[in-house]
Design a protein around this ligand. Structure first.
Ligand code: FAD
Length: 424
């Protein structure tokens, strides 16, 4: 049985960065990817805007991914492509992975540490409960993106988009550029789900209307979509009677959210955070199962790939550190006030030699002029002012963990900036 120090599951931007960080620390590292090419979802994201933080350049998705793929190829790290992991089991101080591929059939490998970088999957029509028939012409935004950008097919000519997530916004522009008519984007919430820059560049610039507090209540058509019924919704997202309207179209694109892909984590009994749907981790991105790390969109859905790569680097470097010297953990919980949608990591390992934590968080609602404070007992670890906090825009802060935390619990809160402070 082949043995590795670190095995990375998933060859997207998170997995590539994690594998490189582990390899650079001298670890015998393997990447396992179920598709036949590295790069993850970025392979189909041919628009630009990637890498502004990481490389200070405006790259396309494939260009961004290729920078990491080239590095992986240059260091001749082993990579198993078109390989599917069947099971992962804890065995002694490490894990046994059972996988299947065309060259080896069913095979087993051993590893000391495992990094889960399996990305996320899209919510489908089944998860948003739209009434009506089930004709052809209903696609998730990612499937439409794959059809247009990889296969070269146009999924429809007269499209409506449900949900204002970033992939839907990007597809509104892409489908328009490819000659389809995008009638409108309907969003059940009262605020858009996507980044402001995507609202401006993908909808406003192409005169595509965005209808907030509106949803699709019914799909019509036998073989192919012929129309949809839309309706305004109240503050509880319930359709308001009398506001229904029928819109003629042949395609419905769904952009209604992403869910971290964590079947392997479930198999291992990793604790999952109900808010992120990804594993609960410490600042080293180690999960509740010692030796199992998580990063990228498998950990929580990111809006910028630059932070996906950053989380991969953190997981990779710390998986290497774990293989070198696994020390017992002492975990302090990060307790968030209800103003936050989530905070990652959810714990700090006070015993870790890594005294720097990168925290990612999202506000539950749009809030203006807020101060976010992170405290342990009376000890203020960080205090930062924000002009605006919006749920679609993930925030990132760096925390230095001082020796001798005042309490075994860390609190993150936000409160309005005082008038006097605003005047300064
Ligand atoms: C459809 C879609 C479109 C997107 N478009 C954009 C965009 O335009 N702009 C943007 O900034 N962000 C976009 N994103 C967000 C994007 O996912 C992240 O920016 C980033 O690519 C996430 O990186 P990752 O490595 O965590 O996941 P991914 O890029 O999804 O990579 C995960 C990899 O793991 C592999 N994998 C999963 N399970 C297994 C398994 N069991 N065994 C082996 N391999 C496995 C997958 O095949 C995949 O290659 C998009 C996401 C989706 C889902």
């Amino acid at each position: 049985m082949n043995e590795y120090d670190v095995v990375v599951l998933g060859g997207g931007p998170a997995g590539l960065a994690a594998a490189l960080a582990s390899f650079e620390q001298g670890m015998n590292t393997l990447i396992i990817e179920r598709e036949n090419r590295l790069g993850g979802i970025l392979k189909q994201c041919i628009h630009d805007g990637f890498g502004l933080i990481k490389f200070k350049e405006k790259l396309t998705g494939p260009e961004y991914a290729q920078r990491y793929v080239d590095k992986v190829l240059a260091c001749q790290m082993p990579v198993l492509l078109s390989t599917f992991v069947l099971t992962v089991e804890k065995a002694g101080t490490g894990f046994v992975i059972t996988l299947v591929n065309a060259a080896q059939g069913v095979a087993q490998i051993e590893t000391r540490a495992l990094i889960l970088a399996t990305g996320c999957r899209e919510r489908t029509a089944k998860q948003v409960f739209i009434n009506g028939t089930r004709p052809a012409g209903v696609f998730t935004a990612g499937t439409a993106q794959h059809l247009v950008n990889i296969e070269g097919y146009l999924p429809g000519k007269k499209c409506v988009i449900l949900g204002s997530g970033d992939i839907g916004l990007i597809m509104a522009r892409r489908l328009t550029l490819e000659g389809a008519q995008v009638l409108a984007v309907y969003e059940a919430k009262s605020t858009p789900s996507g980044l402001s820059r995507n609202i401006v560049q993908c909808l406003n610039d192409f005169h595509i209307p965005l209808h907030l507090s509106t949803t699709i209540t019914r799909v019509f058509g036998d073989n192919r979509v012929e129309a949809v019924e839309i309706a305004r919704v109240d503050e509880n997202m319930r359709p308001i009677k009398g506001t229904e309207q029928v819109i003629s179209c042949d395609t419905v694109i769904l952009s209604v959210g992403l869910i971290p892909e964590n079947e392997i984590a479930d198999m291992l009994g990793v604790e999952i955070d109900a808010a992120t749907k990804g594993p609960v981790v410490d600042q080293n991105f180690m999960t509740s199962v010692e030796g199992v790390f998580s990063c990228g969109n498998a950990l929580h859905v990111n809006d910028l790939v630059d932070y996906v790569s950053e989380s991969g680097e953190i997981a990779g470097a710390n998986a290497a550190q774990y293989v070198r010297e696994a020390t017992p953990r002492q975990l302090a919980e990060i307790k968030m006030s209800p103003d936050f949608l989530y905070v990652v990591p959810q714990q700090i390992n006070i015993n870790s030699s890594n005294r720097k934590a990168v925290l990612y968080f999202r506000s539950r609602e749009v809030r203006e002029n807020m101060r976010v404070t992170i405290k342990s007992g009376d000890q203020v670890l960080l205090s930062k002012r924000y002009v605006i906090l919006r749920p679609p825009e993930m925030e990132r802060v760096r925390l230095v963990i001082k020796d001798g935390l005042a309490s075994n619990q860390i609190e993150i809160t936000m409160e309005p900036v005082k008038n006097k402070e605003m005047a300064l």
